[in-house]
Design a protein. Structure first.
Length: 142
């Protein structure tokens, strides 16, 4: 996986309650501030997704772009993205990185099940996460 220098970019479904919860969680535990954020519905996300030939209309996937401001940027989706994020958050969250030993097809099957049911699990929101004044600079679509 890509280096830890960052910053890394997380692209999420801006109206998904579960996705918004994940963003709030990452904001709370990312002590080093290496993660930046943009909703998949934003022009910023479309620009970054184009670099990796990913479809901006695909709202069923969570995307992490490692070192997104460099030529060495790398994109991760679904289960790989979740593992990447957990590993970059540090202890105790990086222990979830052990899941990378599982077959990617199994991780993505679990991810796809949750993604298909995310609105049932956590509802739908009218708006994206509203950052605080301290975290506003970490959001590309504000």
């Amino acid at each position: 996986m890509a280096g830890a220098d960052g910053p890394h970019l997380l692209l999420y479904d801006g109206v998904c309650g579960l996705c918004n919860g994940i963003v709030r969680f990452v904001l709370g535990v990312d002590r080093r501030g290496v993660f930046h954020f943009a909703s998949l519905q934003s022009p910023a996300a479309a620009t970054h997704l184009q670099r990796f030939a990913l479809n901006p209309a695909d709202l069923d996937t969570f995307v992490a772009i490692a070192n997104y401001q460099t030529a060495a940027a790398a994109a991760f989706t679904k289960g790989s993205a979740a593992i990447f994020v957990a590993k970059k958050l540090g202890w105790p969250w990086k222990i979830a990185g052990l899941a990378e030993w599982l077959p990617l097809t199994a991780l993505n099957a679990v991810y796809d099940f949750v993604a298909r049911n995310r609105y049932l699990i956590a509802g739908k929101r009218d708006h994206c996460v509203l950052p605080t004044s301290e975290t506003r600079t970490r959001f590309l679509d504000i």
